[in-house]
Design a protein around this ligand. Structure first.
Ligand SMILES: Cc1cc2nc3c(=O)[nH]c(=O)nc-3n(C[C@H](O)[C@H](O)[C@H](O)COP(=O)(O)O)c2cc1C
Length: 405
């Protein structure tokens, strides 16, 4: 593990910044002939003289140095170095020289093959190190700690989507693309995105995943896209997983699952209601009900209340294990396991014919959110809630956090 750290540190700190001997033994190289023909330039020098705000292009330049191999732990430094350079050029306030030295030190500690051995790709870690440096993170920090770990997580999610075998080029470029969006979203600094991301190194990679790679030529143009038809389907995505809470005539709580719902107007929601025990309950209590948002933690029971009716199973609610409490502003139950809940009252029923159901329009009387799920501004932080959505194409639940990453 330490060979690369010592090599880089020795080169950078003792000999100055005139070399980029990340691969002294030229191990694992797939472009030996190319190396002999090219002149090495220090990657620190490249970064310090660079004016581009585009970390993808900077990384490409750094990777084109003769000693940079097709695969190898040097990428654990180069990803962060490219990001630091672009970040600085885009207006980020950092001392680039010092930041690069820290990057070399920290990135050099991440061993080759960490993706396989630890399940943590070093390119993603490099993006996390970049975030730690620019936010001055430490194990005791609060916001910076969260951001740095989220940065690594996002890069890892983006990288792992394509499966293995690893490609240090693909994974490094993906980490950089993750960071461009992440920095814009969380720090408001606009690094530039690349216009062309076609891979020029696939022939040097014996394990290239070809058409599966997002940088493969075939994926660069919409002309190669084939669209499959599915006919008429009400596939609005993502769909919510709403848990509707009502009381029956005995003030006993019931819950059902509804995915066909959404915003109707300011302060109003709509739900497509079929004929259920809940529909009967909605004739009572002034049409009052709660709507909670299902989470990963409540997913199994949320599905259960969507497939079992209180008409058929008097112990339905008992089986969910949920803690029932009366909502403060309406006569409907709320279930304490859910982080956020809306207190609602029916305003209008559209298309009601007999008992076949209708489209329910309801005013939102109040929204309640568990204080543990608020952000720094005091608003509900849905990223903290592990909300799930319903995937109507595959009839399954999807965790929203996978969409956030
Ligand atoms: C994922 C999912 C989504 C559903 N969406 C709706 C919906 O939008 N509208 C509806 O009337 N029923 C929907 N249902 C069906 C009801 O939740 C289900 O019939 C439930 O058992 C009714 O319970 P109840 O009879 O105790 O009120 C959905 C069920 C599932 C599993």
């Amino acid at each position: 593990m330490n060979w690369i750290k010592h090599t880089i540190l020795a080169v950078v700190l003792l000999l100055g910044t005139n070399a980029f001997a990340l691969n002294p033994n030229n191990e694992n190289s797939n472009n030996d002939t190319e190396i002999q023909d090219k002149k090495e330039v220090s990657f620190i020098d490249i970064c310090l003289s660079e004016t581009s705000k585009n970390p993808y292009e900077i990384l490409d330049k750094l990777m084109s140095q003769p000693s940079c191999r097709m695969h190898g732990p040097e990428h654990h430094v180069l990803v962060g170095a490219a990001l630091l350079t672009a970040y600085k050029n885009a207006g980020g306030e950092i001392n680039l020289k010092e930041a690069l030295a820290t990057m070399v030190e920290r990135g050099g500690e991440v061993p080759g093959g960490a993706c396989g051995k630890w399940g943590v790709c070093g390119a993603a870690v490099s993006a996390g190190i970049f975030m730690s440096i620019i936010t001055d993170n430490s194990p005791f920090a609060t916001q910076a700690w969260a951001l740095s770990n989220q940065m690594t997580a996002q890069a890892l999610a983006d990288i792992s989507k394509y499966g293995g075998p690893r490609c240090c080029k693909r994974d490094s470029f993906l980490a950089v693309l993750s960071a461009i969006d992440f920095v814009r979203l969380h720090l408001g600094i606009e690094m530039e995105s690349p216009k062309n991301t076609t891979c020029s190194r696939s022939e040097q990679n014996q394990q290239c995943i070809g058409k599966q790679c997002p940088f493969n030529e075939i994926n660069q143009s919409n002309n190669n896209r084939n669209m499959k038809s599915f006919g008429s389907k009400p596939w609005m995505v993502p769909q919510p997983v709403l848990i509707i809470g009502t009381y029956n005539e005995k003030q006993e709580a019931n819950a059902m699952n509804a995915a066909w719902g959404g915003t109707w107007d300011a302060g109003e929601i709509m739900i497509s209601m079929g004929s259920h025990a809940t529909t009967e309950n909605l004739k009572l209590n002034n049409g009052e009900f709660t709507v909670a948002f299902a989470t990963s933690e409540t997913m199994v029971a949320s599905d259960f209340v969507g497939i079992v009716s209180a008409k058929n199973d008097p112990k339905k609610m008992e089986k969910t294990g949920w803690t029932v409490e009366k909502a403060p502003n309406i006569n409907a139950p709320l279930f304490k396991e859910f982080p956020m809940v809306m207190e609602c009252r029916i305003k209008e029923k559209i298309g009601e014919k007999g008992n076949s159901g209708y489209y329910l329009i309801a005013e939102v009387v109040n929204v309640l959110c568990d204080e543990r799920y608020l952000n720094e501004q005091g608003n509900p932080d849905i990223e903290k809630m592990n909300i799930i959505t319903f995937d109507p194409c595959n009839m399954k639940y999807v965790e929203c956090r996978k969409c956030f990453l």
